[in-house]
Design a protein around this ligand. Structure first.
Ligand SMILES: [Ca+2]
Ligand SMILES: [Ca+2]
Length: 470
């Protein structure tokens, strides 16, 4: 019965991004074919990009549109293809460039993200154009270009012009895609942009290696000092009471989000439940939400977070289903209605199996954050919801949420990241309805390791969020 009064609808929000002076939308520079889309094939320059190898090493082949060539099998991070670049032991290497639609200005700061990976195999025929055949090998043998390399990003004033090194990554050893958040601070005006595979430096001898690139972002002007970024501002342009009666069950809601430029900076909560699936187009500012509105008044909370602060704003949305489109519910006897309207009792989960002892520490498994981020990955919500249900079933329980990092980065960074992650868990639980007085959080940084930081497994164990029963 209750189900019949709920409608699956798509909410179309138009978030017109009104940026302040200093980083107006006009200061977003879009790369051409930033996702390196094309028909996957070897030695073919991807459209929108210029082959820098052609200039410097004319006898060598162009980069590859992957996957599928030279036994590269990685799944694209975005779309259908990605770029594969190699470095070779004959001291030649690959790179691509393009002219920017607007130049980067000197002494300003820009943010840029790109997904990077490495292929375990990048087999090229020996004696072909990819490598010098070592003695004793034949032309049909293959050489694996599998040694890790770095990505160098250059700025210049012509194709492949390397006037200024904007960034050089560490050596890329990971097979899976990882997003790199980079910041450029050019010392001169830059009209051309170049991505180049390069050897680990310093390095005595050239070697065979590869790097994979996909899903590059726009280049966005940002304040050089992050403290100069104002807190996000949310403004709703629609009247807060939307009477939704359209037969299509869609409506446009207008909001302005200032000082926000990425989807993961926005959190939407509809009637107390996190909206897990929504699309945000930071070019048009449109937010497409697939969620259920209930009949009557709905509460939608939007939270915008940036490096400075977070801002929340709540709207009431009234939904009146169109009468013609709905078969009316048969009248429900009062006792049945009461049953139908109360939610089913929550099932017990793994947290209920732990004994409630003051001071006991329980690890929250299956929480995932992107590197250097305090925003959850979607896979984390099941775990968070289990914890929420557990706290709801045990209303007298008070907890401290503790964030921990591994021991590699400096203290200041570890403290900030671990505090941010612990706070994100507390905020989520509070947003779902757990009373704030029951939740405290603390970032322990790298001060309380539970394993060695000398191995990858140990570092993974140390990187954790736990809660302690108070
Ligand atoms: Ca792609
Ligand atoms: Ca090539």
């Amino acid at each position: 019965m209750r189900q019949a009064s709920l409608f699956s609808i798509g909410l179309l929000f138009s978030l017109c991004l009104l940026f302040m002076e200093g980083y107006a939308q006009a200061d977003t520079i879009r790369l051409i074919n930033a996702s390196f889309e094309g028909v996957p094939q070897p030695s073919r320059i991807v459209s929108g990009w210029y082959d820098c190898g052609k200039l410097n090493f004319p006898s060598e082949s162009p980069p590859d549109i992957q996957p599928g060539s030279f036994r590269v099998t990685n799944t694209p991070n975005d779309g259908n293809s990605f770029l594969g670049l190699v470095v070779r032991d004959n001291e030649t290497w690959e790179g691509v460039a393009q002219r920017l639609q607007r130049p980067l200005e000197a002494n300003k700061c820009y943010s840029f993200q790109i997904f990077i990976a490495k292929s375990e195999r990048y087999l090229s025929p020996v004696g072909g154009r990819e490598a010098i055949a070592p003695e004793g090998t034949t032309k049909t043998d293959s050489i694996n270009h599998d040694t890790p390399v770095t990505l160098r990003i250059w700025g210049g004033n012509g194709y492949c012009d390397k006037q200024e090194l904007l960034h050089q990554t560490s050596v890329i050893t990971h097979n899976r895609w990882i997003e790199y958040n980079l910041k450029f601070e050019p010392k001169r005006r830059i009209s051309h942009f170049m991505l180049e595979a390069f050897y680990k430096t310093p390095n005595l001898f050239p070697y065979n290696g590869n790097i994979l690139l996909d899903n590059a972002s726009e280049i966005i002007l940002m304040p050089c000092d992050e403290n100069d970024i104002p807190a996000p501002i949310l403004t709703f342009s629609n009247p807060p009471n939307n009477n939704l009666t359209t037969a299509k069950q869609k409506f446009t809601f207008q909001a302005n989000a200032q000082h926000v430029d990425k989807k993961d900076q926005l959190t939407l909560i509809l009637n107390g439940d996190l909206v897990e699936s929504f699309e945000f187009d930071n070019r048009s500012g449109e937010l497409l939400v697939n969620s259920r509105l209930k009949k009557g008044t709905n509460t939608l909370k939007i939270r915008a977070t940036n490096v400075k602060d977070k801002t929340e704003k709540t709207a009431q949305i009234t939904y009146n289903p169109p009468v013609a489109a709905v078969t009316p519910d048969p009248p429900t006897p009062p006792d049945q209605q009461a049953v139908a309207d109360s939610p089913p009792p929550p099932k017990e989960n793994k947290y209920d199996k732990k004994e409630i002892i003051t001071g006991a520490t329980i690890r929250i498994d299956n929480l995932y954050f992107p590197a250097d981020s305090t925003s959850f990955k979607t896979e984390s919500y099941q775990e968070l919801n289990e914890l929420y249900e557990y706290l709801k079933r045990n209303p007298s329980l008070k907890i401290e949420i503790g964030g921990h990092t591994n021991g590699t980065p400096p203290h200041e960074y570890c403290d900030r990241l671990s505090t941010g992650r612990a706070k994100a868990v507390a905020d989520y639980l509070a947003d779902k309805g757990i009373d704030r007085s029951r939740l405290t959080y603390k970032g322990y940084g790298k001060r309380k390791p539970i394993a060695t930081n000398k191995t990858k497994e140990g570092r993974t164990k140390n990187q954790r969020v736990e809660f302690r029963i108070l």
